[in-house]
Design a protein around this ligand. Structure first.
Ligand code: NAD
Length: 248
């Protein structure tokens, strides 16, 4: 399938996990992919894998929570490829803390990458997406939908991403822009091996485990590809849970 022939896709978090799998998937389906992350080496590996199979990729090292860096990033993408049809915001961070011990700096850091980073990238991309009648897919999480122990800051950031995405969908529908979220859970990536605070009852995490077994990031990338393509043309303001039945 070449659903993204002549399309340009910008993917944040493209150095690892779900962002990397999404970059590979969209490139495989014909997109020119603009890969964005803080991790320069990881980005180069993603781009190398894309180019080795005949795909087109450019990289841009960027901290998504920096307003000037995001402005530079979007300008560089348009300079490189002339337009933007899709943006996937997959950059994110997670840490676990007892809620009563959660430091304000840590809370702010998580909000600043996961929520503010997504806000800045979406805001910067909107003019290009209006021009191309393009679309957005943001990474929310099952933690936006149900409680996850020790993850208050992360859950707050993802709840914010979900609400913001629905607002974008409604506000720009008339201009042909769609915006959706994926809500992954129990996906095997570097993020899924976090460290835990002391004195936690790990059995409480059973409520976050899938009933079908953990899966690799390609299962999320496939759904993002559907949402970003014409197959998702009638889907906006939606979230799709891919958690192997955790919240079923
Ligand atoms: N893995 C899961 O089970 C799961 C579940 C729910 C939601 N998610 C969400 O999916 C997205 C991708 O997660 P993943 O599992 O692939 O994690 P990952 O850790 O493999 O990848 C995250 C990427 O984001 C990048 N990043 C972090 N801070 C950044 C910043 N400030 N600027 C630019 N890049 C930055 C990292 O360098 C990394 O490459 C995240 O938003 C995550 O919250 C993942």
């Amino acid at each position: 399938m070449r659903r993204f022939q002549d399309k340009v896709a910008l993917i944040t978090g493209a150095a690892s996990g779900i962002g990397q799998a999404t970059a590979l998937r969209l490139a495989d389906e014909g997109a020119s992919v603009f890969c964005v992350d803080l991790d320069e080496d990881g980005l180069e590996q993603t781009a190398k894998r894309i180019r080795e199979t005949g795909g087109i990729a450019q990289t841009h090292t960027c901290n998504v929570s920096s307003e000037p860096a995001v402005a530079d990033c979007l300008a560089d993408c348009v300079r490189a490829f002339g337009k933007l049809n899709h943006i996937s915001n997959m950059a994110g961070i997670l840490r676990f803390d007892h809620f009563h011990e959660l430091a304000l700096d840590d809370f702010n850091r998580i909000i600043s990458v996961n929520l503010i980073g997504t806000f800045l990238m979406c805001r910067a991309a909107i003019p290009q997406l209006i021009e191309s009648r393009g679309n957005i897919v943001n990474a929310a999480s099952t933690s936006a939908l149900a409680g996850v122990p020790w993850a208050a800051a992360y859950a707050a950031s993802k709840g914010g991403v979900l609400a913001m995405t629905q607002t974008i969908a409604v506000e720009y529908a008339g201009q042909g822009v769609r915006a959706n979220c994926v809500c992954p859970g129990d996906i095997k990536t570097p993020m899924s091996s976090p460290s835990f605070p002391e004195n936690v009852d790990l059995s409480m995490l059973q409520r976050c485990m899938s009933i079908t077994g953990a899966k690799g990031p390609e299962v999320v990338a496939g759904v993002i590809a559907m949402l970003a393509s014409e197959d998702g043309a009638h889907i906006t303001g939606e979230y799709i849970r891919m958690d192997g039945g955790t919240l079923s």
